[in-house]
Design a protein around this ligand. Structure first.
Ligand code: HSE
Length: 402
């Protein structure tokens, strides 16, 4: 069998993980013959003869059969991809932003050059979710995909709620463990899970939604009052990505949710991710596992390399048109005396608490109305999935105005 020469671009957390898991699998007919890195002076646990500093030289090297691109920079990554495909060199990438923002064009380029690009490592680390949706779910009518798609924020939320770490301490740990993006606002602001949701939506529903069209907010505006509310009600806070399909409408959000102990998400902690798929024929399936980290993501990249060796490409579902509706959502919104107008925007209110420093309202609001208040200081929203009757509000020490 032919042995593949891999040109690796990027030797950060995932690049090193991929290098190590490939080394641990000598039976795979592939070897890394060149690694492009940015910083020549940095010490690396790798044969220096493999190192190179010129991306174009690597792509154009006739000895390189396959390009594995594991860098952060979206524009450079996209350029690598286009140049490699034009030379009929398959590409493996884990760059979720690049894939999500350009997926329609990536599909055309693969057809044009008859050369595949695979990106399992871009979505939920070690969980084989793209392969699963692409192959197993081809003939299923998926009605919903939801879950926890970001390891760093789940790690931070777990550490705050269960070990009383501060937000900054927990974020620092997520960075030290190599879970967070180089710019962690991509994680804590909810952008990263939005890219992943956009990719899964294309595979599951045959519809490419640019990430900018997905309503999202992150965990960076959570305050102690929100965690107190969660603790008083036996809830946890999870950053949830969700795509729900009903009668030609596709509702998409990435948002912090309160979840209770009846919800499978309650038990997914630390850097673990989960993807829950609902389909007409199979019902519900749940895949959970490490969503970030060097070796888990490195193994996902290796699985793509192996898939390319065995001639695999994605089967994209035929594009269908959907409407993205302005649905109504049940939320908790925290506000203060300067922002109490938010209450007026609700369709219905089930409970309101007015405090000296901070107040909150529970009720139903249209997504577009919610969107208009998300960027206001001192206003934060968390999606409610529980019935009001389930909330143990009497445990709270607050008093209720109405
Ligand atoms: N920063 C990402 C996360 C890495 O925390 O999930 C894996 O995509």
């Amino acid at each position: 069998m032919k042995r593949y020469n891999i040109g690796l671009i990027g030797f950060g957390c995932v690049g090193q993980g991929f290098y190590e898991v490939l080394k641990a699998n000598p039976s795979i007919p592939a070897q890394i013959t060149k690694i492009v890195v940015k910083d020549a002076s940095k010490e690396r646990a790798v044969d220096r003869n493999l190192l190179s500093f010129n991306i174009d030289e690597l792509i154009n090297d006739p000895a390189i059969d396959m390009v594995v691109e594991l860098i952060d920079d979206v524009d450079v990554a996209y350029d690598i991809l286009k140049k490699s495909l034009s030379l009929h060199k398959p590409v493996v990438t884990a760059n979720k932003k690049m894939v999500a923002e350009n997926l329609s064009e990536l599909i055309s380029l693969q057809t044009l050059y008859k050369t595949p690009i695979l990106y399992e490592g871009a979505v939920c680390g070690s969980i084989p979710i793209i392969q699963t949706i692409d192959r197993y779910y081809q003939s299923e009518n998926i009605t919903s995909i939801s879950g926890i798609f970001n390891g760093s924020t789940n790690y931070i939320l777990t550490k705050i709620l269960e070990q009383n770490l501060t937000y900054d301490e927990a974020l620092q740990e997520a960075q030290e463990n190599g879970f967070a993006e180089s710019d962690p606002i991509l994680d804590v602001g909810g952008f990263d899970p939005k890219f992943k949701l956009s990719i899964l939506v294309r595979h599951a529903f045959g519809h490419w939604v640019h990430p900018d069209q997905i309503l999202h907010w992150g965990i960076n505006k959570l305050q102690n009052q929100d965690f107190d509310f969660a603790k008083a009600n036996g809830l946890k806070i999870k950053l949830v990505a969700k795509a729900d399909y009903k009668n030609g409408s596709l509702s998409l959000t990435v948002a912090p949710h309160f979840v209770n102990a009846q919800d499978p998400l309650f038990y997914i902690d630390n850097e673990n991710n989960v993807v829950i798929i609902d389909g007409e024929f199979v019902g519900r399936q749940t895949l959970a596992g490490k969503g970030a980290g060097s070796h888990p993501t490195g193994l996902a990249v290796l699985s793509d390399v192996k898939a390319i060796i065995y001639g695999t490409a994605y089967h994209y579902k035929i594009p269908l048109e959907f409407i993205i509706p302005d649905s109504v959502i049940d939320v908790y919104v925290r506000y203060d005396a300067t922002t109490d107008f938010v209450v007026e925007l609700f369709e219905s209110i089930s409970e309101k608490y007015v405090g000296k420093q901070s107040s909150y309202v529970l009720g139903s609001i249209k997504l577009n109305q919610l969107k208009s208040i998300l960027n206001i200081d001192n206003v934060n929203a968390i999606v409610m999935t529980q019935e009001k009757k389930e909330l143990q509000t009497t445990k709270l020490t607050y008093s209720y105005a109405s």
